[in-house]
Design a protein around this ligand. Structure first.
Ligand SMILES: Cc1ncc(COP(=O)(O)O)c(C=O)c1O
Length: 460
């Protein structure tokens, strides 16, 4: 009789062989994937993921920055099942279903009804595409056709579709597609670095002056400015000082340029508030939400905007004012039901101070683990976001193919942690519901993994 462990392990082997044969994973060099141990996660329980053999890993990546209440949450599961008993999908193209409207009303509450109009899509890139297209079409509809340009901040990441690549940093991710991208102007990011509330450097003046110079020259031909407020996630958790988002918003208002806040990453508790806009006291023209909107359960995104912008699109069909954009699964009822249940749980969690407490603990644990470490170039933390950048002990950097961050992330699995690298760094993005002992496990496992692999990596 084969034991349960042997059966599980042979099932995993079969799955692994099929994955190697048929799979092609996103943002993954598949040669590297094939050459290293692969991990097949079968279940989730709270903030942990569990593989086919029952080994548990803390989800230090919040399943690509989406997870709010942990996996397999009973309240979210119930909301999903109840909606499933009603209907799984109804298109919003010219039709409606109740939970889309209920969630839209909930989301209007995020901005005290300053942005009451909710346009649903199904992922972060599409939420941004919608904001850009709404801004472009709005200026045409109000007779200001010359306003076509976009301003974005250096280091920005807004997604992988062509429009979002065009307004993002022309980084290694997107460089090859440059010939197909429309032009966008960029202004420098401010300089800011903090961990556990200790600010090591902070200067927004040069960034704001550069932005003002662009607006002074080009406001008449600029439709919108797009910004990841407070923290640029994919750039490596690059931070902005308090007051920066307000200053950008004031400049946009002064020069008559729409402000699009990309809160795909920062929304739903990541920075200790429901949105970074609320945290910073800013009302943009467009607020883009995805990832945590449906708590990491299902794909859902929303672009919120004002009544004034909405009104410009109203008219007779023949006037051509209709916004011709939509996705098959925009505003899917199952996703909307989970999003409502998630918001109901998140509000009291934020009000209780739990998330702020865990964020402060994350900062303290990171400072204790990384300050003065011979392989740490820098580290930072704000809310439940963090980054630690590595370096060789006695050289500037490792050859690119050394893949220091990737090696640390692989080693972290041995210490019961899933975490994502970015170049020679590791990004900390736990579920919003992370517990205090889990914060400690998260940082400890990264530190152990660093000490396992970094000393033996050969520098140039
Ligand atoms: C700030 C930001 N905007 C947009 C996106 C794109 O979202 P999606 O991957 O759902 O298209 C991401 C994804 O990481 C993001 O971090």
């Amino acid at each position: 009789m084969p034991t349960a462990t042997a059966a599980a392990s042979s099932a995993t082997d079969a799955l692994d062989a099929a994955d190697r044969r048929f799979g092609w994973h996103p943002f993954t060099q598949m040669r590297e994937y094939q050459d290293n141990p692969r991990l097949h996660l079968a279940r989730g329980e709270g903030n942990w993921l569990i593989d086919g053999e029952g080994k548990r890993y803390l989800d230090g990546n919040a399943s690509v920055w989406t997870n709010v209440h942990g996996h397999n949450d009973p309240d979210l599961n119930r909301a999903l099942r109840e909606q499933l008993d009603q209907v799984a999908h109804v298109t919003l193209l010219g039709l409606n279903h109740p939970v889309a409207t209920e969630l839209a009303a909930d989301l209007a509450g995020l901005t005290d009804c300053a942005l009451p109009r909710c346009f649903y899509t199904d992922n972060g890139s599409n939420a941004i595409e919608v904001a850009l297209k709404l801004s472009f079409q709005y200026w045409q509809l109000v007779g200001q056709d010359a306003k076509r340009g976009v301003i974005s901040m250096e280091g920005a990441y807004h997604g992988d579709t062509f429009g979002t690549m065009a307004v993002g940093e022309r980084s290694e991710f997107h460089r090859r597609f440059t010939p197909w991208l429309f032009a966008a102007q960029t202004f420098p990011a401010p300089v800011h670095s903090e961990c556990a509330g200790q600010v090591t450097r902070s200067d927004a003046a040069a960034s704001l002056a550069a932005l003002q110079a662009i607006l002074e020259r080009d406001a008449a031909t600029t439709a919108c400015l797009i910004l990841e407020p407070v923290v640029q996630g994919a750039a490596g958790m690059v931070q902005q000082p308090t007051g920066f988002v307000q200053a950008v918003a004031a400049l946009c208002r002064q020069y008559g340029v729409h402000l699009i806040l990309d809160e795909v990453f920062t929304g739903f508790g990541r920075l200790g508030a429901l949105t970074a806009a609320e945290r910073e006291g800013v009302t943009p023209d467009f607020l883009c939400l995805a990832k945590g909107l449906a708590a990491g359960y299902l794909p859902l995104a929303a672009t919120l905007t004002s009544e004034q912008i909405y009104a410009a699109f109203l008219g007779k069909f023949s006037e051509g004012k209709t916004f011709f954009h939509g996705h098959t699964f925009s505003g899917n009822p199952l996703a909307c039901a989970v999003a409502r249940a998630s918001l109901r749980k998140l509000k009291p969690m934020l009000a209780s101070g739990q998330v702020a407490e865990r964020a402060a603990l994350l900062g303290r644990e990171m400072a204790a683990a990384f300050a003065g470490h011979p392989h740490v170039r820098t580290f930072r933390q704000l809310g439940l976001t963090g980054s630690v950048e590595f370096k060789p002990a006695n050289a500037e950097r490792w050859p690119t193919d050394t893949r220091a961050g990737f090696q640390v992330a692989l080693a972290a699995r041995r210490h019961g942690l899933i975490i994502r690298p970015l170049g020679d760094s590791i990004l900390f993005v736990p579920p919003i519901s992370i517990q205090a002992d889990e914060v400690k496990h998260l940082v400890r496992a990264v530190r152990l993994a660093m000490d396992d692999v970094l000393p033996s990596l050969k520098a140039d």
